[in-house]
Design a protein around this ligand. Structure first.
Ligand code: INI
Length: 159
């Protein structure tokens, strides 16, 4: 009798058959536009089809979760990506904006069963945001798309 190893469930980084939605907050659009462009570029590099990707925009990070929920509930998408940027230096209600968006986005994923990817930069300074939007620290839009595609493929395997 041959011994079998443990079942290993992992999602491939291949978007050929995936359907994903991106929601981007316009607040700090100098940064968030770059996250969106990188997410779309990554989608194409992973083999995703243009007709299987939807992009929506909302005013700010607080509006991401409700929009992601509506998209997830359509049943059309295997993952929803939320992109935004909150910078502490520019607001005294930073903590409220960050908490509302982070908790909301997490809840959408858990409640709908559609992975909801947190691609919101939470930074002390604009420089930190720039670092994560395509310079020193990579691009959070790219990593969010990779996470979305991996999760979409993983959850399809779990029957
Ligand atoms: N929204 C952001 O996405 N980033 C921010 O840094 C930010 N600041 O600084 O306040 C912000 N505020 C707007 C918020 O997301 C909502 O759009 C607004 O409160 C209306 O609900």
């Amino acid at each position: 009798m041959t011994q079998q190893g443990p079942e290993n469930l992992e999602g491939e980084l291949v978007a050929t058959d995936a359907k994903v939605a991106i929601v981007t907050a316009r607040f700090n659009e100098f940064i968030t536009d770059r996250l969106t462009v990188a997410a779309i570029n990554t989608w194409e590099r992973l083999g995703g089809k243009a007709e299987n990707l939807t992009s929506a925009h909302v005013p700010g990070a607080v509006e991401l979760a409700v929009t992601a929920k509506k998209l997830a509930e359509t049943g059309k998408y295997e993952a929803v990506i939320c992109l935004g940027c909150v910078i502490r230096g520019e607001t005294d209600h930073y903590d409220h904006v960050v908490d509302q968006s982070a908790i909301g986005i997490r809840e959408v994923g858990v409640q709908t069963g559609v992975p909801c990817i947190f691609g919101v930069l939470t930074c002390d300074t604009l420089e930190q945001a720039i670092d994560r939007a395509g310079t020193k620290m990579g691009n959070a839009g790219r990593s969010a798309m990779m996470t979305a595609v991996e999760m979409a493929n993983l959850l399809k395997k779990i029957k």
